[in-house]
Design a protein around this ligand. Structure first.
Ligand SMILES: Cc1cc2nc3c(=O)[nH]c(=O)nc-3n(C[C@H](O)[C@H](O)[C@H](O)COP(=O)(O)OP(=O)(O)OC[C@H]3O[C@@H](n4cnc5c(N)ncnc54)[C@H](O)[C@@H]3O)c2cc1C
Length: 454
């Protein structure tokens, strides 16, 4: 049987396998870690045993491939859909605002969300609306030219002033691209905004996980893949791609084992793929400008409180260090679990110790419950993901490689490849689907026929 090896068992690798498993193929996933899921995973907390995510993940109605993946793996019901944005905000001075689509049909309902956002003066709300209209009129050829620009200058060119930048655009850019607008590709932001705001009424819905990430994104897919005969091997590090006659013919693992294949899909992050390519025969393999792919961190601070905060499921904080507070509801020991996110965290935040984090939580969570006391914070756990995403700098879009690498038998997936989306679950799943589809086309059409090397 034709064999496809997938190197990396994050969501891109799992999605590639799910898609490939529709075909009569011998599929082998090789994952270096002792678990699947990559950067989206959960683990049992030592105190309560409840699942804790490595960081809060939010999906959106426009995550079409992710929803397909979850439907196939039987886990779609574990996402709670909040209709029409539904975002609460609290400013450091205590003022509150909400972004919630109105009842009128799309896109007027969405325009109502901007017009009712009380944290900005009416003139700034109107300017946001005008920017949205200009975005709507943007043609695809204009979009391509935007890659050279940063998102902040582009937005300012669309008439956005300091207040809208600070209390509307920056939170949106940080949440979707894990960087400040000054460092983000304007093209990528324009694509994100079009996906979320201009596609259809459901695209802007927020989808919040109702269980641990591993249960939602890994377990269902693993069960499906095992039922379909896919071989999943953990603690297997791919060290070298084996080549022959200008094509990739398999992999060598760190323990020296050689495994032949008709096609290999790399679903590793750029920093891992770079190492494997350096060990392989360079002349055959694609040249990727890895030096331009820089990581951006996310710090997630989990807090278990004695008392409930006056907050909905997802609250944005403005002019604070914590950016989002998610209510993860009551834990099995009766405490209330909150997950707080700091995207593009500065080194001073990444290196905070528990005492500093407790002080930060007390200060900023008091915005959501002014009578919160020090001993209301029962437990704190910080997860520091230093390589949460790649930094989508201006000019990066043209450097992100296509799924069909140019080397026969070798395909690329992962949130950093040329998906046209920022590093997100949707980008990862889409990249896995695309790599699987092009590999199948090549294998079936015989464009790259090779006998199995086993
Ligand atoms: C804290 C945090 C919060 C986030 N929040 C959101 C969010 O709200 N919404 C959203 O859409 N996205 C979010 N993301 C981004 C999302 O998690 C990632 O984009 C996605 O999980 C990336 O998947 P991937 O499969 O491309 O890469 P990865 O998850 O990195 O998977 C790659 C896999 O390859 C394995 N590997 C590496 N080297 C080798 C080797 N040599 N041999 C074999 N295996 C190897 C790794 O162990 C890993 O399992 C967040 C990420 C983090 C960290």
């Amino acid at each position: 049987m034709t064999r496809v090896i997938i190197a990396g068992g994050g969501l891109a690798g799992l999605a590639a396998a799910v898609r490939l498993s529709d075909h009569p193929l011998d599929i082998l996933i090789l994952e270096s870690a002792p678990r699947l899921g990559g950067r989206a995973w959960s683990f049992p907390h030592s105190h309560s045993g409840s699942d804790v995510d490595n960081g809060q993940h939010v999906m959106m109605g426009c995550y079409r491939d992710t929803l397909d993946y979850l439907t196939r793996s039987g886990r779609r019901h574990l996402l709670d859909r909040r209709r029409g944005l539904a975002l609460d905000f609290v400013h450091a001075d205590g003022r509150r605002g909400v972004l919630q689509a109105g009842r009128l049909p799309h896109p007027i309902g969405l325009a109502q969300a901007f017009l009712r956002y009380r944290l900005l003066p009416p003139a700034s709300r109107l300017r946001i609306l005008r920017a949205a209209l200009r975005l709507r009129a943007l043609r695809d050829q204009d979009l391509a030219a935007l890659d050279a620009k940063d998102a902040a200058s582009w937005l300012r060119g669309l008439g956005q002033r300091d207040d809208a930048m600070r209390y509307f655009w920056q939170p949106l850019v940080l949440a979707t691209m894990n960087t400040e607008a000054e460092q983000a590709s304007a093209k990528l932001l324009a694509v994100v905004l079009r996906e979320i705001f201009l596609r259809d009424a459901e695209a802007a819905d927020m989808l919040l996980p109702q269980d641990g990430l591993s249960s939602i994104f890994v377990e269902g897919a693993r069960e499906l893949l095992q039922q379909r005969g896919c071989d999943i091997r953990l603690r297997c590090t791919v060290q070298t791609f084996l080549t022959d006659g200008g094509a990739v013919r398999g992999v060598r693992l760190a323990d020296g084992t050689e495994l032949g294949a008709d096609a290999v899909i790399s679903a590793m992050p750029p920093w891992a793929l770079q190492r494997v390519l350096e060990n392989s025969e360079a002349s055959v393999l694609p040249a990727i400008d890895f030096d331009r792919f820089h990581p951006s961190p996310i710090v997630s601070v989990h807090a278990w409180l004695r008392r409930e905060l006056d907050a909905g499921p997802m609250t944005g904080l403005l002019d604070t260090t914590l950016q989002w507070v998610f209510d993860r509801e009551e834990d099995s020991d009766g405490s209330r679990h909150y997950s707080c996110t700091i995207s593009a965290a500065a080194e001073s935040v990444v290196s905070m110790d528990e005492e500093e984090l407790r002080a930060l939580l007390l200060r900023e969570l008091r915005l959501l419950r002014p009578d919160l006391m020090e001993d209301d914070i029962l437990r704190v756990l910080a997860v520091r993901e230093k390589r949460a995403t790649f930094l989508p700098l201006p000019g990066m879009e043209r450097l992100r490689p296509e799924a069909r690498s140019g080397t026969p038998g070798f395909y690329l997936a992962g949130d950093w490849t040329g998906t046209g989306l920022p590093a997100t679950i949707e980008g990862a799943v889409r990249s896995g689907y695309t790599a699987a589809d092009v590999a199948v086309v090549d294998l079936v059409s015989g464009a790259e026929p090779r006998p199995s090397a086993r």
